[in-house]
Design a protein. Structure first.
Ligand SMILES: Nc1ncnc2c1ncn2[C@@H]1O[C@H](COP(=O)(O)OP(=O)(O)OP(=O)(O)O)[C@@H](O)[C@H]1O
Ligand SMILES: [Mg+2]
Length: 415
């Protein structure tokens, strides 16, 4: 029964990374605004907007690419209905790292007739502008991961300038600007970089859309839409979505990274566990397992393997305490727990200064958070806890496993 088809999934591709939902329930306002703004320009025969979409440093999976593609496809649909000749072109600087490669992608998506072989950047730009004029086509060119283009030593500032301010370089014969840009950047740092390197481009940006990491309610809505499309109606319930949403939402109680990609992945993994077990319903235990597997991705296996046995024992003590109480603990209390655990594993607990050294080391590689204690406590007591992104239960299991392997518990009598 375990591998039989059809108990959980109605349509797997809905949970795939590249899937763009037919409607955006979250970010609908932003999408509608951008679509209206850009469409009105095409209808009026005066494109040439440069719009920027950007997130916050260190945040990923917050819908930058999704919003971009959704806006592009929606524009194609509306333009078709209104008889406007329009094309959306998506380029990504990861897969097209030089300007010439970007131009090749643009030309390739426009028409196989545009041949850029052997042409200079300026000639390539001219070929594109001429083609659009001939066909009276409007285009929206999205450049995703735009910060890589700005930061790349391979990209000449002057060329980037001529791409974005294309009409100064190659004016269209009829004077009608037909190209608009959507520059998609990871965060606002790209603007200060532009300002210092190419202020003319920065001042060209007509509109900036900042995207925040997702809140719990937003992740819930995104997941609900996917669940409705991907699973059979009886295979899921709101509770499992709530657990995932509050784990990833920035205002939730889990790792708070606001990342919709990780949330959708966790839902997919949970569904696969359910399917694998032959269950016809995704249950809380499947979700918890998926979350704990995902969150251990925050911990480097190499870091853990590199720890001494006593450091592992200290970590195990913190994980165990956190699982039981969910509270932080003092160094004094931790030392006591460490001693008990060390003795259990047949190891002689180390002295005070060594113990402090372990704590410092674990803190320096980000496995523990150590803060000086507040008032009312004597001496140099600190408060110790696991970083919020490390789940106690999953950590406990992994560390215990390594300790057993390293101490050879169970086999030590034969050695
Ligand atoms: N508003 C939304 N509605 C539905 N799905 C969404 C939404 N935002 C993001 N997603 C989904 O979350 C995943 C990640 O989104 P996306 O790739 O757009 O993020 P990103 O900000 O471009 O991430 P990165 O910084 O890694 O490029 C995708 O699978 C996407 O379908
Ligand atoms: Mg992206």
């Amino acid at each position: 029964m375990g591998l039989s088809e059809g108990l959980i999934f109605r349509d797997r591709k809905v949970l795939a990374e590249q899937y763009i939902p037919p409607e955006l329930r979250v970010r609908r306002r932003e999408a509608t605004f951008l679509v209206r703004k850009l469409l009105s320009r095409f209808s009026e025969g005066r494109a040439g907007d440069v719009v920027a979409i950007f997130g916050s440093p260190g945040r990923s999976g917050i819908g930058k690419t999704t919003l971009t593609k959704y806006v592009g496809y929606k524009l194609e649909e509306l333009a078709r209905q209104r008889g406007i000749r329009f094309k959306f072109i998506y380029t990504n600087v990861y897969s097209a790292p030089s300007l010439y490669e970007i131009l090749t992608v643009i030309a390739g998506q426009l028409s196989p007739r545009i041949n850029l072989k052997g042409s200079s950047t300026l000639e390539a730009l001219k070929a594109i502008v001429d083609y659009l004029y001939e066909k009276s086509y409007y285009v929206l060119i999205a450049i995703d991961e735009f910060q890589n283009l700005v930061n790349s030593p391979k990209v000449d500032d002057a060329y980037l300038y001529s791409l974005i301010r294309i009409y100064e370089q190659v004016p269209p014969p009829d004077g009608i600007p037909r190209i608009s840009y959507l520059l998609v950047a990871s965060d606002y740092l790209v603007f200060s970089k532009l300002r210092s390197k190419m202020p003319q481009i920065e001042s060209q940006i007509t509109f900036r859309q900042h995207l925040e990491p997702y809140r719990v309610d937003e992740i819930y809505e995104i997941l609900e839409q996917r669940a409705q499309l991907a699973f059979y109606d009886n295979a899921w319930n709101p509770k499992i979505l709530e657990i995932i949403a509050s784990y990833y939402g920035v205002d939730g109680t889990g790792i708070k990274d606001g990342n919709a990609r990780r949330a959708i992945n966790a839902l997919n993994t949970a569904a696969e566990y359910a399917e694998f077990e032959g269950s016809n319903v995704i249950m809380e235990e499947h979700v918890r397992k998926a979350l704990s597997v995902d969150s251990m991705a925050n911990v480097s296996a190499q870091d853990l393997e590199g720890l001494s046995i006593h450091e592992l024992l200290v970590l195990l003590a913190v994980a165990q305490h956190t699982m039981r109480s969910g509270e932080p603990l003092t160094t004094g209390r931790l030392r006591q727990l460490y001693k008990e655990i060390a003795e259990y594993y047949g190891e002689t607990p180390r002295g005070h200064s060594q113990f402090n050294q372990y704590i410092n080391n674990l803190a320096s590689i980000g496995l523990l958070n150590v803060t000086p204690s507040g008032k009312g406590m004597r001496g140099r007591t600190s408060i110790i806890q696991l970083p919020v992104e490390i789940p106690a239960t999953a950590l406990y299991e992994v560390v215990e496993e390594i300790i057993k392997r390293k101490t050879g518990i169970g086999v030590r009598n034969w050695i």
